[in-house]
Design a protein around this ligand. Structure first.
Ligand SMILES: NC(=O)c1ccc[n+]([C@@H]2O[C@H](COP(=O)([O-])OP(=O)(O)OC[C@H]3O[C@@H](n4cnc5c(N)ncnc54)[C@H](O)[C@@H]3O)[C@@H](O)[C@H]2O)c1
Ligand SMILES: CC(C)[C@@H](O)CC[C@@H](C)[C@H]1CC[C@H]2[C@@H]3[C@H](O)C=C4C[C@@H](O)CC[C@]4(C)[C@H]3CC[C@]12C
Length: 369
C-alpha cells in the first residue's frame, strides 16, 4: 500500500457496505480516512443513501454484486489497496438454509481471499464474530474472557460454523504471496453483539413491545451477562486496523481482535431496555416469567412450526432453540489487545452510544414518541 501521501491516493473496498455495520464503516471511512481517493461499496443490495455520498471529495463507487460469484468479487477487488470484508448472512433465525449460509459466509470469503491474491491487493480485514468462540453447544459461560482465554469452541449451528470456517480461511491466508510477490496481510475482528442505529433485532424487540402495549416480558435471568458493543466503535476499529495494518504487519498480521468498548455488561434483555425503556417500553418481571423448561418447549415448538410452515411461509420468531441457548449463556469479553496492538480506544463513550441509539429508536416508525 502506498506511503501515506499528502494527496488522497488509496482505494478501499467494503463488501457488505450497505448493511447495518457496513454503512457505519463506509460513513466512518469518508469522515476519518483522509488518504482515500476511492471508496468502493460492494453489496448484493445497494441502498439509496449511497447516492448522497457521491457529492463529496472521495469517489464513492457503488457495486452491486454477490460475494459467491468469484468473478464479481475479483472485478471489485482489482486495484484496491485495502479490502474490508463485512458481507455475510447474519442468520440465526432460520431465514436461509445452512447451504446458503455456508455459500455466502465461507465460499464468499474464500472468493475475497482469492481475489486479493489474484489482483495483488495486500490488506484484508475480515469482520468475524464472537460466535467463532462461543457460546458453545454445551452452554459454557465465557466470563470477561480475552483473545487468549481457553474455551472449548464447539458449534453445530450453521451461522457460527460458517464464521469460524471463514475466519480460519482469512487467518491462514496471512503471509501468502499476492500477484506481484508481496505478502497478503490479514486480520479478523470479532465483535460481540453489536447495537446502534440500524440494528434490526433491536427494531424487532421494539415492535414486539409496541404490539404488547408497551411491555416486554423477561425470559432470561438478569444474572446472565452479555457483552455488547456500539456499532460506531466497531466501525472505528475497522478504520483503524485498515490504517495501521501496513505499518504493523508483523504484529497484526494473522491476528484476531475482539471489538469492545465501555458498554455495560448486562443480560441481553436488560441491555436492550437501556434504549427501549426511555422510548416508553417496560420489561415485566424481575425474574423470568416462565420456567426455563417451558421456554425450551416453546422454542422447540417454534422450530417445528418453522419447519412445517416453510413450504407456505417463512416463520422466523426471535425465540428458537439456538437464540434461547445463546441468550441464556454468559458471554462477555474484557481485553485491551486492540489498544496494545494498534492504539484502539473507543471513539464513542457509553453515554454517547446510548444517546445515539435512543435517538434512533425514537425516530422509528410507529414510535411511542
Ligand atoms: N450484528 C451483529 O451483532 C454482529 C456481531 C458480530 C459480527 N457481525 C458480523 O458483521 C458483519 C455485518 O453484519 P450486520 O449485522 O451488519 O449484517 P447485515 O445483514 O446488516 O449486513 C450484511 C450485508 O451483507 C450483504 N450481503 C449478504 N449476502 C451477500 C452476498 N452474497 N454478496 C454481497 N453482499 C451480501 C447484505 O446485503 C448486507 O448489506 C457480518 O459478517 C456479521 O457476521 C455482526
Ligand atoms: C426470545 C428471548 C429468549 C430473547 O432474549 C432472545 C434474544 C436473542 C434473539 C439474541 C440474544 C443474543 C443475540 C446474539 C448475540 O448478540 C450475538 C450474535 C453474534 C453476531 O455475529 C450475530 C448476531 C448474534 C447471533 C445475536 C443474535 C440475537 C441473539 C441470539
Amino acid at each position: 500500500m502506498a506511503e501515506p501521501a499528502q494527496v488522497p491516493s488509496l482505494v478501499y473496498l467494503v463488501t457488505g457496505g450497505c448493511g447495518f455495520l457496513g454503512e457505519h464503516i463506509v460513513r466512518m471511512l469518508l469522515e476519518r480516512e483522509p488518504r482515500l481517493r476511492e471508496l468502493r461499496v460492494f453489496d448484493l443490495h445497494l441502498s439509496p443513501w449511497l447516492e448522497e455520498l457521491k457529492t463529496g471529495p472521495v469517489q464513492v463507487t457503488a457495486i452491486q454484486g454477490d460475494v459467491t460469484q468469484a468473478h464479481e468479487v475479483a472485478a471489485a477487488v482489482a486495484g484496491s489497496h485495502v479490502v474490508i470484508h463485512t458481507a455475510g448472512l447474519v442468520d440465526v433465525f432460520g431465514k436461509a438454509s445452512p447451504q446458503t449460509i455456508h455459500r455466502v459466509n465461507v465460499q464468499g470469503t474464500q472468493n475475497v481471499i482469492e481475489a486479493c491474491m489474484q489482483t495483488g491487493t495486500q490488506f484484508l480485514i475480515y469482520t468475524s464474530s464472537m460466535e467463532v468462540v462461543g457460546p458453545n453447544v454445551k452452554g459454557h459461560p465465557f466470563y470477561r474472557g480475552n483473545e487468549d482465554t481457553p474455551y472449548e469452541a464447539v458449534h453445530r449451528h450453521p451461522y457460527p460454523c460458517s464464521k469460524a470456517l471463514a475466519e480460519q480461511l482469512v487467518l491462514e491466508a496471512n503471509g501468502r504471496k499476492v500477484n506481484g510477490g508481496l505478502p497478503l496481510v490479514t486480520c479478523a475482528l470479532r465483535p460481540t453483539g453489536i447495537y446502534g442505529e440500524g440494528h434490526q433485532v433491536m427494531r424487532d424487540f421494539y415492535n414486539q413491545g409496541l404490539r404488547f402495549g408497551g411491555r416486554l416480558f423477561r425470559a432470561i435471568p438478569a444474572s446472565v451477562e452479555h457483552g455488547r458493543v456500539y456499532v460506531g466503535n466497531v466501525a472505528w476499529m475497522h478504520v483503524l486496523v485498515a490504517r495501521e495494518l501496513e505499518q504493523r504487519a508483523a504484529l497484526m498480521g494473522g491476528q484476531v481482535y475482539f471489538c469492545y468498548d465501555k458498554s455495560p455488561y448486562k443480560s441481553y434483555e436488560d441491555f436492550n431496555m437501556e434504549f427501549l425503556g426511555p422510548c416508553g417500553l417496560r420489561l415485566i418481571g424481575t425474574h423470568p416469567l416462565l420456567p426455563y423448561w417451558l421456554l425450551v418447549l416453546l422454542a422447540t415448538l417454534n422450530a417445528l412450526l418453522q419447519w412445517l410452515l416453510r413450504p407456505l411461509v417463512l416463520y422466523t420468531p426471535l425465540l428458537n432453540p439456538y437464540t434461547l441457548a445463546v441468550a441464556n449463556t454468559t458471554f462477555t469479553v474484557s481485553t485491551n489487545k486492540a489498544q496494545r496492538h494498534f492504539g484502539y480506544k473507543p471513539l464513542f463513550s457509553w453515554e454517547e452510544s446510548k444517546a445515539r441509539t435512543i435517538q434512533w429508536v425514537q425516530a422509528l416508525e410507529g414510535s411511542a414518541w
